[in-house]
Design a protein around this ligand. Structure first.
Ligand SMILES: Nc1ncnc2c1ncn2[C@@H]1O[C@H](COP(=O)(O)OP(=O)(O)OP(=O)(O)O)[C@@H](O)[C@H]1O
Length: 331
């Protein structure tokens, strides 16, 4: 079953050009001129029920704008979209009952009251039947380990505690689809891990579909099978996470340990040194791994040799670097 379907989804923003100085400011008021920003440029994708989709890209690439269109907050400039069988623009109220949204930078908890009170308020807003609410609340309290913080005013919670409550709040009405925009930003590794495990469990037990944007590679690797990469408003990748490495990375990482202090002074072409000390060498190798191994074995006294795929972090860094170089070229 398809949960999200977009066709040529486009969003343009019109921004008032601001001229410099006092005269410029007055001119901008009297005779404003505008520039158009194409934040999302005709993207097409579909999401099936139960998928956990990573939606990634550099800053300003159009992730939040896309999510805001999918959740009915922004109206597309062009194109079509359907979320849970509804049109988010014209049927926003209906859609809201079945989606959850979390924006890492924006809180939906009432600042001065404890999360439990916010949860009860949400149960009224979403008109959740009392027994169903209590059952779901118990489940979420256990999953996100909220027992000790339910009655503490939101303003007194740590960032990690608050974020766990934010996500729990978004799941109270058992939404079929959850949009998570940077849910682990600024959290320590323990809080991140708890959130990831709880989300996986919600996906397993309730089939909740998740669309996640995150700059944290660990989130993407541990939660998502499929990844969409968006760059300057365009989709540049949509496939299984393993394919991401194949498509964007064209090298291997070779780590060598020596039996005695060694200075390496000659290496084949297409080999770059990532790290070197007297006992260890780490290399980035584009081609000719077997020639390199032969060269090292003959020339040096090698104790240990490992050939690794680059980390997902490196993959994403290389995609983002590529995009910022293009930006400079296009400027
Ligand atoms: N309300 C708005 N008015 C004008 N321009 C906007 C508006 N919202 C977003 N933009 C522009 O649209 C582009 C895409 O922004 P968006 O917030 O979707 O990016 P993002 O991928 O979510 O970035 P980040 O990772 O930094 O959150 C940017 O150039 C941004 O400046």
């Amino acid at each position: 079953m398809l949960i999200i379907r977009t066709s040529n989804l486009t969003k343009e923003f019109s921004l008032k050009k601001k001229k410099k100085g006092l005269r410029g400011s007055i001119q901008s008021i009297l005779k404003p001129s505008y520039q158009t920003i194409k934040a999302v440029k005709g993207i097409n994708f579909q999401v099936k029920q139960g998928e956990m989709l990573g939606f990634i890209g550099p800053n300003g690439s159009g992730k939040s704008t896309t999510i805001k269109m999918l959740s009915g907050i922004l109206t597309p400039s062009e194109g079509e979209l359907q979320v849970l069988g509804t049109n988010p623009v014209t049927q926003r109220r209906k859609l809201t009952r079945h989606i959850g949204t979390v924006y890492g930078q924006k809180s939906q908890l009432w600042y001065h009251i404890p999360p439990i009170d916010t949860f009860y308020l949400f149960s009224k807003i979403y008109e959740i039947e009392e027994n169903a609410f209590k059952k779901q609340l118990d489940k979420l309290v256990e999953l996100f380990q909220l027992e000790n913080i339910l009655n503490v005013a939101a303003r007194k919670l740590s960032l990690g505690q608050r974020m766990k409550c934010e996500i729990a709040a978004s799941l109270l009405h058992q939404p079929k689809l959850v949009f998570l925009d940077e849910p682990t930003i600024g959290l320590d590794i323990i809080a991140k891990q708890q959130i990831r495990e709880a989300l996986l469990e919600m996906n397993r037990s309730e089939g909740t579909t998740v669309m996640l944007t995150s700059h944290d590679v660990g989130d993407i690797e541990s939660l998502c099978d499929r990844v969409i990469v968006i760059n300057q408003g365009e989709m540049v990748f949509d496939d299984h996470i393993d394919q991401l490495k194949r498509r964007f990375i064209h090298h291997k990482v070779v780590e060598i340990g020596f039996t005695k202090p060694t200075v390496v002074n000659s290496l084949p072409p297409d080999v770059d040194i990532i790290y070197a000390d007297q006992m260890n060498l780490k290399l980035k190798v584009k081609h000719g791994i077997s020639q390199l191994m032969e060269h090292l074995m003959v020339q040096y006294s090698v104790a240990d040799l490992n050939i690794n795929e680059p980390s997902m972090e490196e993959v994403i860094r290389s995609i983002y670097q590529e995009s910022s170089q293009e930006e400079v070229k296009n400027a």
